[in-house]
Design a binder for this molecule. Structure first.
Ligand code: XUL
Ligand code: CO
Length: 452
């Protein structure tokens, strides 16, 4: 590996393997380009609203869908056979695959990746061997990070695939399973620190229930709280300063996931005294599973100061599954970016493509088209959101709509000085509430579209 390492650079596009030789480097060519293997909107170093596009968007490639997914579904086996895969789940295959992953990210000119422990390394015959495998791959990943300038956005532990997690991870009725999970998260926190991961994600894969007849909800959620406290304590002990993130999801795989949505999860964190240590990783398709807009979940997080990162994808409006498709809705993207820009960005988070190609998009080129499409959708959203903010009409409308709280009686309410008696006195003197102005939804929708 060392002999193949290119010189260290912040955004090296060097290739370690031959697998993407037929694909050109994906570069910005502008909206008029008819080259499908180019960016029409994402121009990484272009400054938009005072910040480079790459720094607003902080795109990450996910290891699991992009490099471990074979497009299997419940009706048939996988259709994807990548040429670098030897069909084994061996450590040597895990090690050689790492170079392909970095080549892919480099071809796209992106800066981050994300992974679960089991995406990058196989389980061994026992826990000790499993940990050893993880560290063998982590060391290779570190070399590739150093050589390419590509960074770890966040790491996480897969505590949902193996049958030992079938009844939950930290919420399992089995204390042994919880102990197993403690090892997984402890190792992944060490590995993530070693790799400089900026955030660390907890998605409660099987933390939930399928039937309340066999479930002690209180004990299960108390155990989850204990587990998160142990994670916080351990990160503190090893001085790992990553931002911890909960990734809410309403259902799937369980009928009811405990981290249902941002508001439910925030209530859990506050009740457990954990809210100071966590923010949220909001996944668009998880929001829709909860019956919410993606933007609703972002707003709930921003208004509580807990937006951490985004898993960029979409569902299909005609069904209720977690289809994990690449985002293509430009209006949704612009609205999401508006909320994120008002928040000052994503901080230590980014846009991780938790998305996969369809079962019938099995060719290597499709990996590129999926990502290019998602990247350009979000880049276009950023450009539109910047126009909306610069124009200022929507923000001015919002300011005016709530202006009764900026002075007089409204200000006494916001300042905490009002009482029922003082408000009663005010309204008795006035005789009735002032007539409402129109909320102008149709005007705003049309105005919003005019920027797109
Ligand atoms: C599952 C999902 C996960 C998390 C990481 O729906 O989104 O891949 O993002 O565990
Ligand atoms: Co996700």
């Amino acid at each position: 590996m060392a002999s193949k390492s290119p010189a260290k650079s912040s955004h090296s596009r060097a290739q370690f393997t031959k697998w993407f030789a037929a694909i050109p480097e994906i570069k910005y060519e502008g909206p008029a380009s008819d080259n499908a293997l180019s960016y029409r909107y994402y121009n990484a170093d272009e400054v938009i609203a005072g910040r480079k596009m790459r720094d607003w968007l902080r795109f990450g490639i996910c290891y699991w869908h992009t490099f471990r997914g074979v497009a299997q579904d419940m009706f048939g086996p996988g259709t994807i056979n990548r040429p670098w895969e030897d069909g084994s789940n061996s450590l040597s295959q895990a090690l050689s695959r790492t170079e392909v992953v970095f080549d892919f990210i480099s071809k796209l000119g992106l800066d981050f990746y994300t992974f679960h422990d089991r995406d990058v390394s196989p389980e061994g015959a026992n826990v000790a061997e499993t940990n050893k495998n993880l560290w063998a791959v982590a060391k290779r990943l570190k070399e590739l990070q150093d050589a390419s300038g590509i960074k770890l956005l966040w790491g996480t532990a897969n505590m949902f695939s193996h049958p030992r997690f079938a009844q939950g991870a930290a919420s399992s009725p089995s204390a042994d399973t919880l102990a197993y999970c403690a090892n997984s998260v402890k190792e992944m926190l060490d590995v993530s620190k070693f790799l400089g991961g900026e955030s660390y994600v907890f998605w409660g894969g099987r933390e939930g229930y399928n039937s309340l007849l066999n479930t002690n909800l209180k004990r299960e959620t108390d155990h989850m709280a204990r587990f998160f406290h142990m994670a916080v304590d351990y990160a503190k002990k090893i001085s790992y300063k990553a931002q911890f993130l909960i990734e809410p999801k309403a259902c799937e795989p369980t009928k009811h996931q405990y981290d249902f949505d941002a508001a439910t999860s925030l209530c859990f964190l506050r009740g457990a005294g954990l809210d100071k240590h966590f923010k949220f990783n909001i996944e668009a398709n998880h929001a829709t599973l909860a019956g919410h807009d993606f933007v609703h979940e972002l707003e709930v997080c921003v208004s509580n100061g807990v937006l951490g990162s985004v898993d960029a994808n979409r569902g299909d409006v005609m069904n209720g599954w977690d289809t994990d498709q690449y985002p293509i809705d430009i209006r949704e993207s612009a609205h999401a970016l508006l909320v994120i820009m008002r928040n000052g960005g994503l901080g230590a988070g980014g846009f991780n493509f938790d998305a996969k190609v369809r079962r019938d998009s099995h060719e290597l080129e499709d990996m590129f088209h999926g990502h290019i499409s998602g990247i350009d959708t979000l880049a276009r959203g950023l450009r539109i959101a910047a126009k909306i903010l610069a124009d200022g009409k929507i923000d001015a409308f919002l300011k005016e709509r709530y202006s009764s709280y900026d002075k007089g009686i409204g200000k006494t309410i916001e300042d905490g000085k009002a009482t029922f008696e003082s408000l009663q006195k005010y309204i008795l003197e006035k005789g009735d509430a002032a007539p409402l102005k129109s909320a102008r939804q149709e005007y705003l929708e049309n105005l919003f579209n005019s920027y797109c």
